[in-house]
Write a protein that binds this ligand. Structure first.
Ligand code: ME8
Length: 520
């Protein structure tokens, strides 16, 4: 069975989860569910990034020791994953012993080997330069801008501070050609294409050696054989992706999942994943991941989301207000994946009442209610299907190849568009066949039409379930489709519904319309 290993970024525990975190993990969840239904052996990893100055500072501000602080906040990310119905296989925390061991092992592996220019990969020096705690990143003078009050600001908008301390360096500058060759040999490594160009020109511009240890605080993984230093939090964090599949034990069963098929990240952390990470791995003698996709940024009603503006979107509140699957649908449908997107109440309600309540919800409710009322609460006989009936259903099952290609490209919005074309076809078929008019004039034809529609809905539900698993499970239950019969191998006429299967009860609407509360 072919393996599929997909990862989310591990989120900083300096603050509570927000819509951006939910978004990235949701995209991975839809992929993981899709690949599982497609018969692949999936490993889906998420977790929390718990070391570093930013987390240490946040704990100190609350007057709590960093370990207890991270224990608390990490739970909120796990709760988010559960509330959002994320099907992760492992939740890693960088404070776990397995991860500390793995970080020290990668450090030793890098240090024990030479760079392509035959120098030590790691050397001791002194860092004197700018650091942004918010980004946990080093910046050169040339990258900084003048902010309000003459303060120096990183391109991300984060404030920087001057840091001078002894530090180990990774000889990143020696890896420039190896990286450029890797990008050229693996054209799909960085997606979307515009991001790829951005990274290639950055690396072509030349690379500085990277400071990979800190000495002025202590919340981190100790550098092997030098207790004055802790490892730079990004080297620590990136290593989570291999820790979780057994590193440094290359005999572990889990190690079969490496290299990862996909690291999903936001555009803010592209450079760490496509420059530093493959360089660290090559230096340690480990194969780099197959692909990194950097998605875009959400704003709230046109405004940048920020705590100081007070417009942070709480994913728990969204789910409470609109329902889980509408939120899952909206986030993946509204914005071409890779682009920036804007969250607005109006757009959310428009999708919920349009695509979900009207198009898919009404289709299911109309058809299932007619079956329930007119066919004795059982899946009707199919009698003889004509060419229109057959084409209507097989067009749905035959679209799996196209859908798979879209998912492999992380084009979630197009995948949903494709499924919704089937929904539109189904609604057209209902209107054209008008089963309600056949009830008296031609009852067997009415049964055939309702059977065909139920079968169309079954196929649509299989394709849509990676995106909206709970709602599609309700559809399967109404149709009497068992849990083991919901995979992609059940698509198409060979596994069609069995006539006479009883429906469990009166069908209930799956997507109720969102009605504005009357303020007046
Ligand atoms: O960067 N829109 O963690 P982090 C879309 N610990 N996505 C958003 C978003 C927004 N407005 N805001 C955040 C870190 N995200 C590191 C990662 S990985 C080895 C270490 C998402 O908590 C997006 O995926 O700051 C972004 O990359 C991530 O949250 C940053 O999460």
């Amino acid at each position: 069975m072919s393996r599929y290993y997909v990862t989310t970024p591990i989120y900083y525990v300096n603050d509570d989860p927000h819509i951006g975190h939910a978004y990235t993990t949701l995209a991975c969840d839809a992929l993981a569910r899709f690949m599982r239904l497609d018969g692949r052996d999936v490993r889906f990893l998420t977790g929390t990034d718990e070391h570093g100055q930013k987390v240490e500072k946040a704990a100190a501000e609350k007057g709590i020791d960093p370990q207890s602080f991270t224990d608390e906040i990490s739970k909120n990310f796990r709760r988010l994953a559960d509330v959002m119905n994320f099907s992760y296989d492992d939740f890693i925390r960088t404070t776990e012993p397995r991860h500390i061991d793995s970080c020290q092992a990668i450090w030793k592996a890098i240090a024990s080997k030479q760079s392509p220019l035959r120098q030590d990969n790691i050397y001791l020096g002194k860092y004197a330069g700018w650091y942004a705690v918010r980004d946990e990143a080093f910046y050169t003078e040339g990258e900084l801008e003048e902010g309000p009050g003459g303060k120096k600001i990183a391109p991300s908008g984060a404030e920087v501070e001057w840091v001078e301390e002894p530090s180990y360096f990774f000889r990143l500058s020696d890896w420039q050609d190896a990286l450029l060759k890797f990008y050229a040999d693996n054209p799909d490594f960085i997606a979307p294409a515009s991001r790829r160009n951005e990274v290639v020109s950055f690396v072509e511009g030349g690379l500085n050696d990277l400071s990979i240890s800190r000495t002025t605080f202590s919340w981190g993984v100790p550098v092997p054989d030098d207790e004055d230093h802790i490892m730079y939090v990004w080297l620590d964090a990136l290593t989570n992706y291999i820790t979780a599949v057994g590193h440094p034990d290359s005999d572990a069963d889990l190690w079969q999942y490496w290299p990862a098929n996909l690291h999903m990240v936001g555009k803010d952390i592209l450079r760490f994943h496509t420059v530093y990470w493959p360089a660290f791995l090559m230096a340690a003698g480990i194969e780099p991941p197959k692909r990194v996709f950097a998605h875009g940024w959400w704003t709230n009603e046109g405004q940048k989301i920020s705590k100081s503006v007070g417009n942070v979107i709480d994913p728990f509140e969204l789910v409470e207000k609109y329902g889980l699957d509408p939120v899952r649908y909206f986030l993946l449908r509204q914005v071409p994946f890779g682009n920036d997107g804007d969250f607005s109440h109006q757009a959310m309600v428009h999708r919920l009442n349009g695509d979900l309540a009207n198009d898919l919800g009404n289709l299911c409710q109309r058809v299932m209610s007619m079956v329930f009322r007119n066919c004795d609460g059982k899946i009707p006989e199919s009698h003889s299907l004509n060419a229109t009936d057959e084409q209507f259903v097989t067009a749905i099952s035959d679209s799996l190849d196209d859908l798979r290609a879209l998912m492999e490209a992380q084009a979630f919005h197009q995948a949903l568009e494709l499924i919704w074309r089937h929904v539109a076809d189904a609604n057209r078929y209902v209107d054209e066949q008008a089963p309600w008019e056949l009830r008296k004039s031609d009852p067997p034809r009415m049964e055939t039409v309702l059977y065909t529609l139920a079968e169309g809905i079954r196929n649509i539900a299989i394709l849509a379930s990676p995106f909206m698993p709970d709602s599609m499970d309700k559809v399967f239950e109404t149709l009497g489709v068992g849990e083991a019969e919901r995979g992609f191998d059940r698509l198409g006429p060979a596994h069609a519904l069995t006539s006479g299967t009883p429906m469990p009860g009166k069908p209930q609407p799956i997507f109720p319309r969102f009605v504005e509360e009357d303020d007046g």
